[in-house]
Design a protein around this ligand. Sequence first.
Ligand code: C2E
Ligand code: CA
Ligand code: CA
Length: 791
Amino acid sequence: MDILEQSISGDLKPNASSQGELLLLRRQLQEHFSTIRASVVGNCINVALVVAAFWSSWSAAFFAILLLPFFGIMGSRVQDAAKFPKAKLDAVSLTRLKRKTEIKAGLLGTWWGGLMLTLISNGATPAQQILCACFGAGMMAGGAMNFRSLEKAGIYYLTGSGLLTCIGLATVGSAAGYAAVGMGICYFATLLVSVKSISKNIATRHEREFELRESAATINMLLADFSEQGSDLLIEFAHDGRLVNPTEQLAAAAKRPVETLAGQSLFDMLDEGSERDALVDHLTNSRIIRNHSVSLVIGSEKIWWSISARPVREQDGLYRGIVTDITAQRQAEEKVSYMAHFDALTALPNRFQFNQRLEQMLREAPDNVGLMYLDLDQFKVINDTLGHSFGDMLLKGVAKRLNQSIGSDEIVARLGGDEFAVLFKTNELRTIKAVGEQIIKSLENPFRLDDHDVIVGTSIGIAVSPDHGKDASTLLRNADLALYDAKDQGRNRQAVFEAGMDEAAQLRRSLELDLRGALGKSELCLHYQPLVRIDDGETLGYEALIRWEHPERGVVMPDSFIPIAEESGMIIPIGEWVIRQAMDDLTQWPEGKTVSINLSPAQMRSPSLITTMIQGLSKTGVDPKRICIEITENVLMQDSEANLATLHKLHEIGVQIALDDFGTGYSSLNYLRSFPFDKIKIDRCFVNEIDTREDCQAIVRSVVDLATSLGMTTTAEGVEREDQVAQLRSEGCGEVQGYLFSKAVPQSELTDLRKPFESHAERLVRLEERRVEKSDAAELLPQKLRRGVMK
Ligand code: C2E
Ligand code: CA
Ligand code: CA
């Protein structure tokens, strides 16, 4: 066989010029060698059978000589087959191997053909001739199958074996022999065509595969280039989600080494959920995937991918496509969606989400929903006077306390401004009111905002389904009406909707609208109520009490519109008007008379208060001592340091300060120590029953004692009966004010101004005389009082 090798190696030029041809050659040889074992076994069995059939006709030496080349060829072929997988795969080696295989095919075919020719033509019995014909045909077919991938080898083999076998059959000389020759030729021709066609098919199939691989490689190269340049990543995966040929870029995006990514399930990398399920469904049904968003966690970061891919190979369900990182876009979308559903300042659900939730709850349980509307008292004023940043801080604080006050089943939302709402999955009023109480309590405590203590109360309106409405809009409207009712009742209240609240709310709303134009239309005016010295009945001054002369409703009292003005912030311009008007009126009064002006807590925080005061004083030229500012305890509770500073400034200007309504609200004697008030006004509620109830007497006595010790005067408010005057005098109270002397009247009706000091003094004397007459002790009439009347 070495001789053979040498003979073909000399003139060998690789005819596999291109890579494709080389691979084809390799494929052909591979296919041929893959059947070599079966071929060798088949050959050996056939040889053994032939030897057995002709053993008696020929000598052992003949067989020995005959079998020597056969085993030589077989051995060499087995050797080739064994070496093939390890052999060098360059063009020269492969071409040489092919050539060798072709020569060996020719030799093997010729050996078989030669054997048949020898046996048939040398005295074979008819039975042996038939046997030889069968052997020849079988060997031709078997060989043809073995050499089918190598066309030339097949042709050489068939030619050698077929031609010589046919010649052998022709030597038989009978008709049957010639018929067999004819059949042999047909057989030979058919096998020849088959070998040619099969080998051609193999070549064509290979060519196609090669082209496909080439184009796939080109596409991959192009796509890799594309993915390196853009933000999109190439991805290939099987229909079961396994990643195929993961790119470096994909691995970098997944923050994993590329080798761990190959074969990894894409599904396993994604977050569980409907998006992933939909992707699995698309792949299972071999559908095209377009911009399919999925989320996954890489490291500790949640990211979003948009996957677009299409099946590229039907047989193995391979998908190819691109992945785009849409995290930034998704985050922006999520932010927009968050902003659409949540209030940016407090992070509570906003009105939109609140409405959605309410509608949903009404759908799920139409007869078991509770709704609470809340609105902060005085918020607008705090916002306007302390500034929006304080307003924001306050709202955040309120949101936090609201969240702490509600249970896990309830939803609190900010509807806008200082309006909040709570949704309940129950219509049980007891439960809802208990939460309301809790909210009121928690919001009553002051809020510490920077260096300011701010107090806001809240009013709450409640409506429940189905009693107060079955749909969202009715429930909302009725909770709103209940809220207005709660406000009308005073601060820190809650009210449940009742039929008839509608009217009250409408009245309030129309008053609010009208009030906005009242100042401009000069519908506001001041009435004055005298403050009388108890010793001698002298009118020391007057308290300015505002009235609204409404064109349709007539005179509206301050209790009906001051809360609305405070709520809406209109109290600031209205209060400034009161200051200017009271000072103007004061200029027309006799020297020595004072004017008392009421200030709302909101006005105390107004930066324009001091300016208004100073401007008024310089314009009118009145002595600041003749002005007394009346404030309530509320002013000292809220934002006390800033308010105390304002009070001190007013004092510095020379204005008097009175603590109004003392004894109501939180009533702490400590307030008396917090600022050097000039006067304390004891509230009507203690004065009312002072002539009959000892506890009221005791309270008034202790207030008067404390005030005296602190150098303050005392005024008793709401004095309506003479007995009250007597009692107040005996308790040491300095001044009185009430209907007993006069109601608040327009300036033009103030009789004291026309007849100074007379009317009340005379009246006091008359009263006292009557009392003394009654008690038969006229001499007890205080001399001082008489002197005052005589003046
Ligand atoms: P106030 O400062 O406590 O004023 C006294 C209130 O008691 C006045 O009611 C007065 O008419 C009423 N009154 C006086 N004597 C008697 C009496 O013998 N019996 C009874 N039952 N009532 C008496 P008015 O004028 O309705 O004012 C109510 C409240 O409105 C005032 O209470 C004050 O807090 C507020 N107010 C009035 N004018 C102004 C103002 O210009 N600015 C501010 N911020 N508040 C004002
Ligand atoms: Ca007052
Ligand atoms: Ca008062």
